[in-house]
Design a protein. Structure first.
Length: 135
């Protein structure tokens, strides 16, 4: 099966993505193109990505290809946040580096790594433009 699955929560304006097993940057690019084409997707949606059961099977050069891709993505998706839930420090470092490069190129996508899904959702919630929830 596909190593990357997703669902779109329209009420939360959130794309929930889960990676499992070994995946490549090419898989990620194909995935984001699939999301773009989803009728439930709308620009400005944030993304929660669960990498805890996944392993990136690619080199640093491939990651820079994804930076290129994210520039095109930003044209379509607008300013948004990507919260990545990871299980170890090397993944967190990779995401930190990716974010640095993306920000330095003026791409309006903020990416941050978290070890905890609740924290990730909190960070995404700060940025959400949806109406305040009624109690």
């Amino acid at each position: 099966g596909v190593p990357i699955e997703y669902e779109i929560d329209e009420s939360e304006r959130l794309v929930r993505t889960r990676c499992r097993g070994s995946f490549s940057v090419e898989n990620l690019i194909q995935h984001s193109i699939r999301v773009n084409g989803d009728p439930r997707f709308s620009p400005g949606m944030n993304t929660l990505i669960d990498f805890t059961e996944a392993e990136l099977n690619d080199d640093v050069e491939a990651v820079s290809r994804y930076v290129q891709h994210s520039r095109e993505l930003a044209d379509f998706r607008g300013a948004c946040r990507w919260a990545c839930v990871v299980s170890d420090e090397s993944e967190a470092d990779l995401i930190w580096t990716f974010n640095l490069v993306v920000q330095s190129r003026g791409i309006p996508i903020k990416t941050r790594a978290f070890y905890d899904e609740e924290e990730a959702l909190r960070w995404l919630g700060e940025a959400s433009v949806s109406a305040p929830k009624k109690d």
